[in-house]
Design a protein around this ligand. Structure first.
Ligand code: HEC
Length: 719
């Protein structure tokens, strides 16, 4: 945290800007909301990020130029009513400013918030930045000094974070090592810091989702279902004091012990075997949406862990509340209703994807609805009042696990021909989902959801070989089955079951009819979320590194901007004075040594991107001349892809994961000499390389090295 004189001047200027804006806004609600903290110093209240429920509720009318919560407002529609940018002038967008906030291998998933002229944004290590939203100058920075060894809990590569909540004068961040921290919005000073981990939730975890603030409380769940024994829950903390007010578990614990709350007793009836020894999963790692109309919180619940129900819950049933949307009363912490999208989840079909609230006219009647496109491939429309299922259309042509959702029973009908336990096979959607966490944008007037999804198959199997060589057995703390490259590769070699083609799409979907108004294939399989505007624009950062603008009537691209990095996060927009800005976080780019950045555009912006210097592909250095048996190399191949590839990238197989760690074929002889120290003793834990002390025997370690060396020799020969 740092604050200087220039900062104070800038903050005073920001306050003046806001004071000038207020009369223009002509809304008593906004003004009273701004001053409703009882502070006698009105200036400070306005300038210090004072956001409360009334202000967020009134924002669509009172301050469409702000972005007050993760999903813009409580409804999380992410649809902009700002009008300066149009189809006619969007080609005049240019860089307003860019600020590096991460290193060159950092994946940026956050949505910036903009409140009273200040942008609040996080990097992968949960460091919070308050930036002047006009020029990107740093106002303060708060570093929670995340325990770097927490990367070992990460499901999918090193640190990432989706952003903050700004609420009642504070900024809240969930950290990669599992804490929830309140920071003074004005000064960047820490107010409180609580550990959200409790022993009843079994092992420790990462928090990557953005907290939400509402009804005087701050809500947070956790991630890491894949990396250990995890039992999901959501906690509501008093926003002022950080005291836990209630906790809602999402998976029942050991039934021989008292249930924490009545819903757990009910849920326990739906499980089999000794699930509590694994934990069961069910983490709420992303969507937590407050509904002021019902004073409820909708929790999007994640997948089961381990994935195969035969292992997790033998003889069980639906395994509540996995892959479910649960509505909880925010005052009592008791459940209002639930709807399970994937009963007895068997595929990692998380329902933690974004939840959007809206209104839809159905048979002449206005329905207050909740909209979600979870990983399983179906788009759900639920009544927010009681959870009634109104629609569940497939949003992708690529669904093989189920044939449809039966509207009578409200349940998906599993495809009897697609049973991986007895018949290992490619299944769609994959564990990465058709639609994942990348945000969606809802036009409530037109009843259209703009979002992106991908059809990427995953090879699912419970073969003995697969179980023994895949992630399941060898990665004790990793209970997933997804990265089964061993078996997958063998099948490819045998020319059996060719891998179905992978594709990604962005589209405008009508959840009532199940039809797309338009849908276009994307060049890249992994892309960022979507922002649509009332002026007919659809923004998306694509995996190609282009920020693309489409015409919302046709989906045709009308403009694009090459930002030099790749995108995973979503776009947001804000207005200060009479200038509209478009902001997006960009991943770091190690090929040109560009750090993870905030990129902000406006009409006729005059800033320039930093000059990128291409980094030459490195030559493979001399390799150790040890001899290895073929068997050892094969074993190393399996182990490498089970344990290391999620960060270091696949070798000799199509690579689907963003590489976030060094290419190990480029290790020098010195690094080889230090191999055990790095991998087993955690010599680089501080820098994001987890220690594998309890996960690899010395023979296994040598097998991995043998595989890497063999591959490096081949690469070296070809250079
Ligand atoms: C959670 C992500 C992650 C996983 C999983 C992971 N690593 Fe790493 N590894 C890293 C990062 C990040 C670095 C870079 C650390 C640094 O800056 O020194 C690294 C560095 C290394 C290095 C040093 C490389 C060099 O050239 O300096 C070795 C060796 C290594 N890892 C081996 C392994 C092995 C073997 C496995 C699997 C058993 C593995 N890693 C799994 C993230 C990971």
């Amino acid at each position: 945290m740092s604050i200087d004189r220039k900062t104070i001047v800038r903050r005073v200027l920001a306050v003046i800007r806001v004071l000038i804006l207020i009369p223009v806004v002509a809304s008593g609600a906004l003004v009273s909301a701004c001053f409703s903290d009882g502070s006698s110093d009105a200036t400070e209240a306005v300038g210090s990020g004072y956001v409360d429920d009334a202000r967020i509720i009134n924002a669509p009318n009172a301050e469409p130029g702000s972005w007050l919560t993760y999903g813009q407002t409580y409804k999380e529609q992410r649809f902009s009513h700002l009008t300066q940018l149009t189809r006619d002038n969007v080609d005049e967008l240019a860089l307003a400013w860019t600020t590096e906030i991460g290193d060159n291998n950092m994946r940026m998933q956050g949505t910036p918030l903009v409140v009273d002229g200040v942008m609040y944004v996080t990097n992968g290590w949960s460091v919070v930045y308050a930036l002047d939203a006009v020029d990107g100058e740093e106002i303060w920075r708060y570093d929670p000094e995340v325990d770097r060894s927490s990367v070992r809990l990460a499901c999918c590569g090193p640190a990432h974070n989706r952003g903050v909540a700004v609420y009642q004068g504070k900024v809240y961040v969930g950290t990669f090592d599992g804490r929830l921290i309140a920071i003074d919005a004005a000064t960047g000073e820490e107010v409180w810091d609580v550990d959200t981990w409790i022993p009843a939730g079994l092992g420790r975890f990462n928090v990557t989702g953005a907290p939400r603030g509402a009804a005087g409380k701050v809500y947070i769940g956790q991630g890491s279902s894949e990396s250990g024994h995890r039992r999901g829950y959501v906690t509501a903390y008093d926003a002022e004091t950080g005291e836990a007010e209630w906790r809602f578990f999402l998976v029942p614990g050991d039934p021989s012990k008292p249930f924490e709350h009545p819903e757990m007793e009910m849920a326990a009836q739906t499980w089999g075997g000794e699930w509590w020894k694994y934990g069961g999963g069910g983490t709420a790692w992303n969507s937590l949406v407050y509904d002021e109309e019902f004073n409820s919180l909708y929790i999007g619940v994640g997948n089961g862990a381990p994935w195969p129900r035969e292992i997790r819950s033998p003889g069980g049933g639906d395994d509540l509340f996995l892959s479910t949307v649960v509505s909880v009363d925010v005052e009592t912490g008791r459940m209002n209703w639930y709807y399970q999208t994937t009963p007895g989840d068997n595929w990692d079909y998380s329902s933690a994807m974004d939840i959007t609230l809206g209104e839809i006219v159905l048979n002449g009647e206005m329905r207050r609805v909740l909209l979600q496109a979870p990983k399983n491939g179906f788009f759900y429309v639920l009544d927010r009042e009681d959870g009634e299922l109104l629609r569940a259309h497939a949003y992708t042509d690529g669904i093989t696990w189920a044939t449809h959702v039966d509207m009578e029973t409200g349940r998906p009908v599993e495809n009897p021909d697609v049973v991986y336990e007895s018949d290992p096979q490619w299944i769609l959607p994959a564990n990465s989902g058709a639609h994942n966490w990348e945000p969606q944008s809802w036009d409530n007037e037109q009843g259209l959801m703009y979002f992106y999804y991908h059809d990427i198959p995953n090879f699912y199997s419970l073969d003995e070989t697969f179980v023994n060589t895949g992630v399941y057995e060898i990665r004790e703390r990793g209970l997933s089955l997804g990265w089964g490259e061993g078996e997958y590769r063998r099948r490819l070699e045998a020319q059996a079951d060719p891998r179905p083609e992978s594709k990604a799409f962005v589209g405008a979907f009508d959840p009532i009819t199940g039809q797309y108004k338009w849908r276009h294939q994307l060049e890249s399989l992994y892309n960022g979320g979507v922002l649509a505007t009332t002026t007919g624009l659809v923004f998306q950062g694509e995996g190609t590194g282009n920020l693309v603008v489409r015409d919302s009537d046709t989906g045709e691209p009308i403009w694009s901007y090459d930002a030099q990095g790749t995108f995973g996060s979503s776009v947001m927009t804000y207005q200060i004075g009479d200038t509209q800005y478009v902001a997006v976080l960009m991943n770091g780019n190690r090929t040109i040594d560009l750090g993870g950045s905030v990129v902000v555009l406006k009409l006729d912006g005059e800033a320039a991107l930093p000059t990128a210097t291409a980094i030459e592909p490195a030559e493979v250095p001399e390799q150790p001349d040890d001899e290895y048996s073929e068997q050892l190399v094969t074993q190393g191949n399996e182990l490498y892809h089970a344990q290391c590839a999620s960060c270091h990238g696949g070798i000799g197989i199509p690579n689907e994961v963003a590489i976030t760690a060094p290419e190990l074929r480029l290790m020098t002889l010195d690094t080889h000499a230090d191999f055990e120290n790095i991998v087993i003793n955690g010599a680089r834990a501080e820098r994001g390389m987890p220690d594998f002390e309890d996960a690899l025997s010395s023979v296994q370690l040598e097998a991995i090295r043998a595989f890497i060396v063999t591959q490096a020799r081949q690469l070296r020969e070809n250079q």
